[in-house]
Design a protein around this ligand. Structure first.
Ligand SMILES: [Zn+2]
Length: 165
């Protein structure tokens, strides 16, 4: 069991780095003007809350939301109480809940990139790279049931096309 957990942690950090890079490549196209909210099309809008500075769910421009999101994840990953980095410290009981929350939030960056910036991704010829990264992410979270269908829904049609081979 512990090995599964460690494996999950390594994968999570890897996805965090990859998604950070992917968003970085298109972030110049994501401004307060182009994306005044953190959305995935007209049906999905995400509000930011971190229980600290933003106690209530707050609408933010996508760029700001993603910046908070990435900072928040980095803080989680570096939090020894949540993610002990040596094997003699126990993993907390709610480790999988933390992982699920982090992965669900990371998925929202994919949602925003795919729905609002896919043309930008194509322009820089990165679509194969982004699709591969999404596939790996999708297989991982669905294999271990880490992200709910509700969170995956905005990209469900796309996933059914690229992830079912
Ligand atoms: Zn945007």
């Amino acid at each position: 069991m512990l090995n599964v957990v460690r494996h999950a942690l390594v994968r999570l950090v890897d996805f965090f780095n990859r998604i950070n890079l992917i968003y970085g490549t298109i972030s110049d196209y994501c401004t307060e003007q182009t994306c005044p909210t953190m959305s995935g099309g007209p049906r999905f809008e995400y509000l930011w809350a971190d229980g600290d500075k933003y106690k209530k769910p707050t609408p933010l421009p996508a760029k700001e939301y993603i910046s908070h999101l990435m900072d928040w994840i980095e803080m989680q990953i570096n939090n020894q109480a949540l993610f002990p980095c040596t094997s003699d410290l126990p993993f907390p009981k709610n480790f999988d809940r933390h992982c699920s929350k982090i992965l669900a939030r990371l998925h929202r960056v994919f949602v925003h990139v795919y729905i609002h910036h896919f043309q930008n991704v194509v322009t820089i010829a990165a679509e194969a790279h982004v699709n591969t990264c999404y596939k790996h992410f999708y297989y991982f979270v669905t294999e271990f049931d880490l992200v709910s269908q509700k969170e995956l829904e905005p990209l469900a049609v796309m996933a059914s096309k690229i992830c079912k081979d």
